[in-house]
Every structure is written in C-alpha cells, then in structure tokens.
Write a protein that binds this ligand. Structure first.
Ligand code: RIB
Ligand code: CA
Length: 319
C-alpha cells in the first residue's frame, strides 16, 4: 500500500506530541515536514518543541516555523494551565536537539512541497489553521493538488458539546476563526475530526500506564508528557485520563473506516461571543442556505469506534 505523505501542521502541545510519536512509528505514514503554528503556546515555544520532538522521534524530517498570530487578531495569551509552562508538560527533556529550522516560512514550505508532489500530500492540521490559509492565499491552485486536508478542530454538538475554549468554540477554531472559515471553504477535500469524536476517545490512566510499561521509549514519553495534561483534565471534571484530540486526526488518516462521517459544507463564525463555532449544513438538508450552498462539502466525524482507535495507537507504539 502506498504511504500517506503528511505535512504535520501543529502547535505542540502535549496531545500534538503524542500524535507525532504515533505518526513517526506508523509504517504507512511518511512525515515529509512539520510546520509549527502559535496556539498551545507562542510560536517560539511551539517551534522549539517541534524541533525537540523531531530530534527525538522523527530525525530527518524538516521543521518549519509558521504563523505567530491569527490572520487579523493579536496573538492569544499563554495557556500554561493546559499544557505546562513549556507546553510539553514541563517534563525533563531527554537527548539533544540536533535540528535547525528550515529557513522557509511554513506556508511557503506547504506550497512548494504540494507542488513538488501533486496529488500526494495530506495536510494534517491540529492547531489554528493560519498556515493553511496563508498557503491558499499565496497559491490558491494548491487546493487541487493536495490529496486531503484532515483537521482536528470544531464540534457539531452531536454529543451536546460545541466547544472547549469557550462554550461555543473548540480551541483550534477559536485560535483563528477567519483562517478556519477560509480553509474549510476552499475547494479541496477536507475531513474534520472534532470534539464530537475526540471526547469519545479517552486515553485512560491505565491505558497510558500500560504503554509506559510495554512500548519502550515512545511509551515512556507518552506517559511522562501526559501527566500534566491529565491533571488539567481532572480539574476540568474528567475522571482519570486525557482526550486523544490530535492523535484522533492522525488515526483518521490511516484508519478512516473507524469513523462515521457526515457530509456537508461548514461555516465558522468569525465574530461575536460564538466566534469559532462550526456549523455544518448536512447534504441531506434540501432547504436553501446561501451562506453554505456555494461551498464544497466537508466530511465531519460524528461517530467513532474508540476502542479500535485506541488499540491502533497501542499496537503502533508497541511495534
Ligand atoms: O481542542 C483541542 C485542540 O486544541 C488540540 O489540537 C490541542 O492541542 C489544542 O490545540
Ligand atoms: Ca494541537
């Protein structure tokens, strides 16, 4: 089977790091680049973290610095209570960082890589969508050349949840709603892996401890880095474990059969108290809705076989 060639657009971030370890170890994934973006921390921090993660788990994969701020808002403030002061759970870092940033801007790297490999590149985006929007602005024709865009973000209220950054907005959509509305409306194939399924996919303490004891360096790292995130989730009312947000989007790339999707165009609110809210008009709805009807359909995940998704993670790390 041909490999999935992925540009991983990320704001590491604890769950971003966990998803990177999975990609680095999965035999059907070829990481062709890691592009950083602000989000879980400022761009200096997320880029430093991307360099660290690539040095440790994905040597040879270029790391490219991306956007420091949303398209038309100031950069958000830090959120050390979620991912730690260093945004990687404040763990002791093992090993040397032996990588330097690729000199290009992330959006330029995306354009050049997509053009060099037409029809082959999957953009796996698990932070604010600013880099992808900038790439589209620079070269709109890349939309026809990308294999697929898979986004961790948004929520459609399937299980009663619309947001985690606010009551109405998931964090990545809230981080840059203007970019999100552009990216989800562009003429490329988009799949959305949002809170509707990531909240159903919980890595429990027991699951993480089992990986710590059975999956070598990768398993120990996932355990270490998830300690801070688990304390944050506990404070948020969850009993023992973490949501597998960004990993779920990586799992979708290689195992979409584990997800149920709903097709339809999606808008992202860009203003007001619900900025970042994602609203889909399912294709089954016939009534006219001009603000949606001119846009291509996206596949939004509305169901998941979470046991199988977690089993995929464990098997991949143990191999
Ligand atoms: O809402 C979850 C998302 O927000 C994840 O991508 C997490 O890393 C944060 O960026
Ligand atoms: Ca993220």
């Amino acid at each position: 089977m041909t490999k999935h060639r992925i540009i991983y657009d990320t704001d590491p971030g604890i769950d971003d790091a966990i998803a990177l370890v999975f990609q680095a170890r999965h035999p059907q994934i070829e990481l062709v680049g890691i592009t950083s973006v602000f989000g879980n921390a400022d761009i200096d921090t997320t880029t430093t973290n991307a360099l660290y993660l690539a040095s440790r788990f994905a040597p040879g994969v270029p790391v490219v610095r991306g956007a420091a701020a949303p398209l038309r808002r100031p950069p958000p403030g830090p959120i050390p209570h979620v991912h730690g002061k260093d945004a990687l759970g404040d763990i002791e870092r093992i090993g040397r960082v032996d990588k330097h940033e690729d000199g290009r801007d992330a959006h330029r790297f995306i354009v050049e890589t997509v053009r060099a490999h037409p029809g082959e590149i999957t953009l796996l985006a698990v932070g604010p969508l600013t880099n992808l929007a900038l790439a589209l602005k620079e070269d709109p024709a890349i939309a026809a050349l990308v294999r697929e865009v898979v986004v961790m973000g948004g929520a459609f209220g399937i299980n009663g949840v619309l947001g985690n950054a606010t009551p109405a907005a998931e964090a990545n959509m809230h981080g840059d709603p203007d970019a999100a509305d552009i990216v989800l409306g562009a003429p490329w194939k988009v799949s959305i892996v949002g809170l509707d399924v990531t909240h159903q996919t919980v890595m429990t303490t027991a699951f993480l401890a089992s990986l710590r004891d059975s999956a070598g360096d990768a398993g120990r790292f996932v355990w270490d880095v998830s300690r801070f995130y688990e304390r944050f989730h506990a404070g948020d009312g969850m009993s023992k474990g973490i949501y597998a947000h960004d990993y779920s989007a990586a799992a979708f790339v290689v195992a979409r059969e584990l997800y149920t999707t709903r097709s339809g165009p999606v808008r992202v609110l860009t203003e007001g108290i619900a900025a970042g809210l994602t609203i889909q008009k399912p294709d089954s709805v016939r009534a006219s809705a001009p603000d949606w009807d001119a846009r291509p359909s996206c596949a939004a995940c509305i169901g998941v076989d979470s046991d199988a998704v977690l089993d995929l993670f464990a098997r991949t790390l143990r191999n």
